[in-house]
Design a protein around this ligand. Sequence first.
Ligand code: ADP
Ligand code: ADP
Length: 228
Amino acid sequence: MIEMQGVFKKYPNGVSAINGIDVKINPGEFVYVVGPSGAGKSTFIKMMYREEVPTSGTITINGVNIAKLKMSKVPIFRRNIGVVFQDFKLLPNLTVYENVAFALEVIEAQPKFIKKRVMEVLDLVGLKHKIKMFPSELSGGEQQRVSIARSIVNSPRVVIADEPTGNLDPETSWEIMKLFEEINARGTTVVMATHNKEIVNTLKHRVIAIEDGRIVRDEHRGEYGYEN
Ligand code: ADP
Ligand code: ADP
């Protein structure tokens, strides 16, 4: 469960990106976050994985108020959240296998378990045959598959994605969406900021629209609602 209460975020340069948000996201939900550029979508999402801290208000994730989380507890908290970015953010000097294994190696999981689990998630995203390749040797869609595998390798309860199809062609975007649908079908909460009108209007889920740092619309199986 993700809950925000009275959340405001003002950046050090004086920009008020989030101006009072109250929202609840239940376990297992799939939520699209939509809105114009500069509306505050990224800030909203970044606060959920504690990349940004709110200026005021509470953000409770799995029972913990992460607005008050000590720096030393942040890495432990992040293990329960998978994050997927528009630009993939893979480590260029590591292979596909190593990029995915990394998250398990830092928590010192058993080598046998790491191998089994990494192959399992790479199989899920359809990249078992490319484990020895480097990110630069893969297409954009394949790189995003690796980053999705990395996001779920720890079996997080929540996966957060910031414009995951923003750099991909339409066909590849649909393939990537299939993976998020599958991850969600297995019980993982998915929160996704997106500008992809066709996807939002076709694969129907809850839609939260943000404008000027406020929720202006929150609909069950909603529409994208913008021209683009
Ligand atoms: P969106 O994701 O909807 O495009 P953002 O959350 O990125 O919106 O941005 C919301 C507002 O906050 C914008 O005015 C943006 O310029 C500003 N902003 C975003 N990140 C920062 C930052 N690190 N420092 C200062 N201002 C920022
Ligand atoms: P897409 O059209 O899906 O974006 P690409 O045309 O970029 O795909 O790549 C097609 C195939 O070629 C992919 O399977 C990818 O792994 C492989 N490939 C792309 N770039 C390279 C590269 N620099 N070195 C080796 N293989 C590559």
